[in-house]
Design a protein around this ligand. Structure first.
Ligand code: HEC
Ligand code: HEC
Length: 125
């Protein structure tokens, strides 16, 4: 089967099940099994870090700190407004998806952000 990029981003966002490739956890992170203490909307499973990577790609912030665009050194911290905003956006996207009649995920961060921190709300002139 062919999985287009969009499907991959969606898969990362849905946080279904577990994939072997994520078992090693974040590179240079605290290592396997570090407890997550401040998850309010996402499940604490093997898809957490792939989901986080999908945020970096969706917002195009790889050269704006990457993970640190939203995170302090201590990732449980909610000190950055971008993280607080992102948490609201996760809830918003889930809410939008729940309105589709087929129960599938149609709207991801990338649907609006398209690789940009601030999505365009009007067509470019
Ligand atoms: C666009 C903002 C954003 C980016 C970029 C981002 N994160 Fe997150 N991260 C969040 C939010 C929001 C939460 C909290 C989710 C919740 O409340 O369920 C979170 C939670 C986490 C947690 C759990 C912390 C705890 O103990 O509660 C870890 C670990 C984490 N992120 C790692 C990363 C890594 C690694 C990257 C880069 C690959 C990254 N994040 C990039 C927004 C972001
Ligand atoms: C329905 C469209 C839409 C979706 C889906 C969406 N966003 Fe947003 N997002 C926006 C808009 C519009 C803004 C700018 C809001 C403003 O003007 O303050 C924004 C702003 C943000 C900001 C603040 C950026 C900054 O520099 O202050 C973050 C962080 C963010 N979004 C993260 C996410 C994440 C993570 C997801 C996926 C879980 C997501 N967004 C999904 C529309 C969307």
């Amino acid at each position: 089967m062919i999985f287009p990029m969009r499907t991959l981003l969606i898969a990362a966002f849905v946080t279904l099940g577990s994939f072997a490739l994520v078992a090693q956890g974040p590179p240079g992170g605290k290592g396997k099994g570090a407890p997550h203490t401040n998850l309010k909307v996402l499940p604490d499973d093997a898809n957490l870090i792939p989901t986080m990577r999908s945020f970096v790609a969706a917002l195009g912030v790889g050269d704006k700190g990457g993970c640190n665009f939203c995170h302090e050194q201590e990732r449980a911290s909610d000190a950055k407004m971008t993280k607080v905003m992102a948490r609201m956006m996760i809830t918003m996207a889930k809410d939008i998806n729940s309105k589709f009649p087929d129960g599938k995920v149609h709207v991801t961060c990338y649907t609006c952000h398209r690789g940009s921190e601030m999505p365009l709300t009007e067509p470019p002139q």
